[in-house]
Structure formats: C-alpha cells, structure tokens
Design a protein around this ligand. Structure first.
Ligand code: NAP
Ligand code: ZN
Length: 346
C-alpha cells in the first residue's frame, strides 16, 4: 500500500479539505500514474454535495485526470514509464457481460467508477483525481496525444467524451443541424467537437454573454433561451439537441425545436424529475434519450480525433486550495470553461 495525498469531501455540507488515504499495491496489470492535472466536472460537485443521494464519504472527487506513468506491472504492454496518460470516469468493469463485447462497458452494471464507487472486490472505496497519484488497470488508461497542451487535455476525459459519444451515435456531421444547450464545461466541448465533425452548430445559452466565445470556438449560431422569440424562430430546426444543463428546465420547449425524427439527448442531470408531455413527442416522431460518457475504445478514438483537430478544453488553471471557491463559481455558471487543478500545488 502507498499513501496518497488529496482533497476530500468528508460530508455533503462541508468544504473539501486535505486528506490522506491508501492506494492499492500495483498488480501485474496495473499502471501507476503521477497526477499532474485534474479537471473539475459538475458531477464532482453533485456527488461531493450528495445531490444524487448516492454519495459515500470521505470522497476524493475527480475523473478528468491527466498524468505521467511512474511504474507499470510486469504484464503491462501498452504503457511505459514517462508516458502521458489520461483516466476518465471508470477504472474497471466486469469481464463477462455482453456490453463489453460491443464496447459499451460504460453501461455495464459491473462498472467501477473512478471515485464514489467500490473496486471490483465489492468493498474497497475508489478515490479520484484530486490526489497525487492513482493506480489503474491497464485497460482503463488512455494515451494522450503528445502535441496537445497537457493541462487542457484533462477535461477531455469526461467533458470531451460525454459530448463526442452522442455526436457520433446520432450521426452529427455535414448537413446535420446540432444544438448544444448550456455553454459550460460539457457544452463548450460539444461546440468544438460538433464543429470539427462538420455539423452546423447552434448554442442555446441562458444569455448572449458568452456569444463571442461560442462563435470563436466553432458555433455557427448563438441564441439566448431567456428570449421567448428564440423558441419561435428555431421551432422545428434541429436534427439533434444535446442538453448539458443540470437545472430543471422545460424539456418540452426544447423538444419543439426538433425536426421530424429529431432527438433531444439528455446529458446534464437535474436533481428532480422533469415532466414531459406526450404531445411534445408525438407530432414530429421526436425522441428524448440519454447518454453517459463513452467506452474506453471510444474515449481513445475521441482523444485521437482531438489530436488530429488540435482540440482541447478552454481552461482556468487553479491551485488545489482554490477548489471550494471553484465549486461555488461552477454552480453560478461562472467558469470559462473548465477549472483544472494544477496538482503540483497540492
Ligand atoms: P457546467 O460547467 O456547470 O455547465 C452547465 C451549463 O448549464 C452552464 O454553464 C449554463 O450554461 C447552463 N445552466 C446552468 N444553470 C442553468 C439554468 N438554471 N437554466 C439553464 N441553463 C443553465 O457543468 P458541466 O460540467 O458541463 O456538467 C453539466 C451536467 O452534465 C451536470 O449535471 C453533470 O453532472 C452532467 N454530466 C453528465 C455526464 C454524462 O455522462 N451524461 C458526464 C459529465 C457530466 P449557460 O450559461 O450557457 O446557460
Ligand atoms: Zn464528469
């Protein structure tokens, strides 16, 4: 066992604080990673504050990890000491079920979350990336393209893949009109990725305050959802709408923006259920769907795609002791566009 240092939530109402814990002794198929950068996803905040009701404390959040390999087990073949690697939202999964065969292991019941989960042994709590190092099975470690600025790649491991996967699954590309709801950590990655795939991209934000940025990042159009005219102007426009908002917004209004056979994909997770009327779906054969991160294979594909297109996240690099302040700012939508913790400041 090696001691790890990090920051943890000790219960839902307290700020994160310094915390020391044990990482497992590396096994023959494990990679030991010195964590250099850790992104702050809104999911970290939901879980640190027990907004989904499933939190286990103490909890070291963080599933957007970029680091350097410091040791490898005897059976590791894909990585060597010194490699730049990433770890996302899961670090293990069961080895038997069919989802794994079709590279959809993110939907497997035996998924082991990077934190707020338990290891494959069914009892040892997992702890995440707001820490100095992590031990991960080789199959759950990703290669980060060499030429991308390292600190800005950390958010690709969750925000990037969470948008890449539905964009690919619902066929975003030339001739397709895609809307991204919410210009936050996930949303701004959606703009960059959908633009690089060749889709016509619209941002639907609460206001026009980030319009200039949105257009610079690749949006073709930018509308404020606080303006009722937006919903009239854009009625029946989109093939695909990706909603990254975690507040309870009226999904019925957004369904009205879809073309016939269009799909609204939910990515953000509101704390309470949102009612949907059958008449929002029936005229127009519209669908409402959900999507969760992406498989390991797809995550590597996304990182390689980002390497080819020089896509990284827009980040604000912070010290570890600024994490609680960063949480407050994320909840107020005051981030452009992802906080990343410089783990050297731990
Ligand atoms: P974020 O950076 O806070 O972005 C969310 C954006 O939603 C905000 O920037 C804001 O954009 C908009 N928004 C916030 N409050 C709103 C309100 N009351 N009404 C309308 N719009 C509002 O969060 P994130 O890290 O991107 O995560 C977003 C959600 O996705 C979270 O619920 C997170 O847990 C979830 N998530 C899901 C997955 C998955 O696999 N499905 C993966 C990661 C995260 P504007 O200022 O532009 O309006
Ligand atoms: Zn996340």
């Amino acid at each position: 066992m090696a001691l790890a240092r990090g920051y943890a939530a000790t219960d839902a109402s307290k700020p994160l604080q310094p915390f020391t814990f044990e990482r497992r002794e590396p096994r023959e198929d494990d990679v030991v990673i010195s964590i250099k950068y850790s992104g702050i996803c809104h999911s970290d905040i939901h879980q640190a504050r027990n907004e989904w009701g499933n939190s286990m404390f103490p909890m070291v959040p963080g599933h957007e990890i970029a680091g350097i390999v410091t040791a490898v087990g005897s059976k590791v073949s894909k990585f060597k000491v010194g490699d730049r690697v990433g770890v996302g939202c899961f670090v293990d999964s069961c080895t038997t079920c069919a989802s794994r065969d079709v590279d959809l292991e993110q939907y497997m019941p035996g998924l082991v979350a990077t934190y707020n989960g338990v290891e494959a042994d069914g009892k040892t709590p997992t702890q995440g990336g707001y820490s100095d190092h992590i031990v991960v099975k080789e199959g759950y470690v990703l290669s980060i393209p060499e030429h991308l600025p390292f600190e800005a790649t950390a958010p690709l491991l969750c925000a990037g893949i969470t948008l890449y996967s539905p964009l690919r699954n619902w066929g975003a590309g030339p001739g397709k009109k895609v809307a991204i709801v919410g210009m936050g950590g996930l949303g701004h990655m959606g703009v960059k990725l959908a633009h690089a795939m060749g889709a016509d991209v619209t941002v639907l934000s609460q206001s026009l305050s980030k319009k200039e940025d949105g257009l610079k990042l690749g949006a073709d159009h930018y509308y404020a959802t606080s303006d009722a005219e937006t919903f009239k102007t854009l009625a029946g426009t989109f093939d695909l709408i990706l909603c990254t908002v975690s507040a309870e917004i009226d999904w019925n209004a957004y369904l009205g923006l879809l073309k016939v056979d269009g799909t609204l994909v939910l990515l953000g997770v509101p704390e309470h259920p949102v009612p949907v009327h059958a008449f929002s779906l029936i005229p127009g054969r519209r669908s409402i769907a959900g999507s969760m991160i992406g498989s390991i294979k797809e995550t590597q594909e996304m990182l390689d795609f980002c390497g080819e297109h020089n896509i990284v996240s827009e980040i604000e690099l912070i010290r570890m002791d600024q994490v609680n302040e960063a949480y407050e700012r994320v909840t107020k939508s005051d981030v452009r566009y992802r906080f990343v913790i410089d783990m050297a400041t731990l």
